[in-house]
Design a binder for this molecule. Structure first.
Ligand SMILES: Nc1ncnc2c1ncn2[C@@H]1O[C@H](COP(=O)(O)OP(=O)(O)OP(=O)(O)O)[C@@H](O)[C@H]1O
Ligand SMILES: [Mg+2]
Length: 301
């Protein structure tokens, strides 16, 4: 852990002084990683996690786009403290380019606001779907990471985003209700992602002991009854600072950079940045849009 923290500090220092060359334009461009952040139960911390992990990855020198794909409760803009001018609806009606609808957030993070456009996405005709796919492809040369905040539960909307994404991050809290719901989610995802690793983050943990215990229990039942391996991506402590930062519309990674929860997030960002899934053959936006299209077409029939 200590080594990781040191490495992170160094990386952050390097990126601030401009000496971090590993992700700049001249280096070999790797494909965009599409991460879906999801949960079984609502209100477990997906949106706060997505925003803060996104900014932490920005601090490591990556270009990050965060996509607010929660139909009912799209609120990333509020927590980020930005006011989006456009939403995904503006690309669906052909009036805007995807790069024009990105809202600039702190530390270089960019937001795609879903808004009412997300609903339209799932009643989309073939022509509009092609427009969307063409536009999304443009992000391949633009972003290192796209983080999709999907909303909670087992609706088709959530599952389509999750199943089209290369990587999944499941958020749960130690509460039994959150755990049974995340287990149900894992069970549902298994059908589509048999060979994939599902990443889990324990949010609102009392401490690392509780987080590891909770993860270990979830891992055992997933292994035993579903024959699926889940990966421990880390944990975030339960902290009043989260609510405080939401009230201030200033993500905690920025307003409380030395807090335990900021350290928790930075450790997870490092783990994501170094994870093996980055070397998977089939990923990137093209893979995402191909799967997304086939999922939507399947629903149509
Ligand atoms: N680590 C934490 N410690 C304490 N409170 C937290 C933590 N993470 C999130 N919260 C609180 O939990 C509530 C829900 O957080 P958030 O909106 O991020 O969850 P969500 O999973 O996106 O919810 P929804 O399913 O409604 O989209 C907020 O009030 C937030 O302040
Ligand atoms: Mg949310």
């Amino acid at each position: 852990m200590r080594d990781q923290a040191e490495k992170l500090r160094q990386l952050i220092m390097d990126s601030k002084t401009g000496s971090n060359k590993s992700h700049d334009k001249d280096s070999v461009k790797s494909k965009t990683r599409v991460l879906a952040v999801t949960s079984g139960k609502g209100g477990v911390g997906k949106t706060n996690f997505s925003i803060n992990i996104g900014i932490s990855l920005c601090n490591l020198g990556y270009k990050v786009v965060i996509f607010d794909a929660d139909i009912g409760f799209a609120n990333i803009d509020v927590i980020l403290g930005v006011v989006p001018k456009y939403t995904i609806a503006d690309i669906l009606d052909g009036s805007k380019d995807i790069l024009d609808i990105l809202t600039e957030g702190p530390n270089g993070i960019k937001l795609i606001a879903g808004g009412s456009g997300i609903q339209t996405l799932f009643n989309i005709d073939k022509q509009k779907l092609d427009v969307l796919i063409h536009q999304l492809q443009k992000l391949e040369n633009y972003a290192d990471f796209i983080i999709i905040d999907t909303g909670a539960g087992l609706s088709n909307t959530v599952l389509n985003f999750v199943n089209a994404s290369d990587e999944v991050i499941l958020i749960t809290t130690p509460e039994p209700t959150a755990l049974t719901d995340v287990y149900a989610m894992i069970k549902t995802l298994k059908a589509n992602r048999e060979h994939d690793i599902l990443n889990v983050v324990i949010n609102k943990a009392r401490d690392s002991v509780e987080a590891n215990e909770v993860f270990s229990r979830l891992s055992k039942v997933s292994n035993k009854f579903l024959n699926i391996k889940i990966e421990n991506l880390g944990y975030v402590n339960d902290s009043k600072l989260v609510m405080q930062s939401v009230k201030n519309q200033d993500p905690f990674i920025l307003s409380y950079p030395n807090s335990t929860i900021a350290k928790n997030i930075n450790e997870i960002a490092l783990r994501i940045s170094g994870s093996k899934q980055a070397t998977k053959k089939e990923f990137g936006i093209s893979n995402f849009v191909r799967k997304f299209k086939s999922l939507l077409m399947k629903e149509d029939t």
